[in-house]
Design a protein around this ligand. Sequence first.
Ligand code: C5P
Length: 233
Amino acid sequence: MQVNPVIVALDVPDQASALALAARLDPDLCRVKVGKQLFTAAGPACIEKLVGMGFEVFLDLKFHDIPTTVELACRAAANLGVWMLNVHALGGPDMLAAARRGTGQGGSAPLLIGVTLLTSMNQSAMHAIGLSGTPEAAVLRLAGLTREAGLDGVVCSAQEASLLARELGRDFVLVTPGIRMADGEQHDQSRVMTPEAALRAGSHYLVIGRPVTHAADPAAALRVIRHSIDNMI
Ligand code: C5P
């Protein structure tokens, strides 16, 4: 079990909002995730500021391109000092191996995580792009490719975590969004799990956005979440 498993998704439109939110959070109680919206608006300077505030940063840009381009983008991300970054497993084995070369491995290299099948893809969307089989089979196959290419883990739903932990081993890192407190609002997430249940299912890291960022008191919301899992970490 990780000592600091909560990653707060800074899904805000600009640097000022991101830094104001981060200032209310304790880096000992969470890491932070910067996605496409914030990074496109605020760029590397925002990452450097968050790192300077003591946060470990998950750069969620889901790279998917030819191998050389992804290798160089991953190297640039590693040079920014991010703690974790991700790429699409659908880029294939050569792209995944190139991503790993780009980040380096071990030591201070960032954790490199694959995105398998987007949760927005259902079976008919899969068939439309020529992917056969069930979403579960595709997730398992892509997670296997990710591990074979030397990546550290995958993003997955909590519902997939126990299967992936069983098939790919407990050391393979599982990063899980769709986390909600039992009495909390679900927003637009269709399948949710509590922090405690997700960790029990095998997730290593929990990506949590609105339950913290939309709370009247984000620091208090984070403390409640941490309190619910403190006996497990
Ligand atoms: O606000 P909420 O907790 O739903 O935020 C979840 C975060 O995880 C968002 O940044 C969202 O983009 C991301 N995410 C997700 N589902 C996935 C992959 C990423 O909710 N399958």
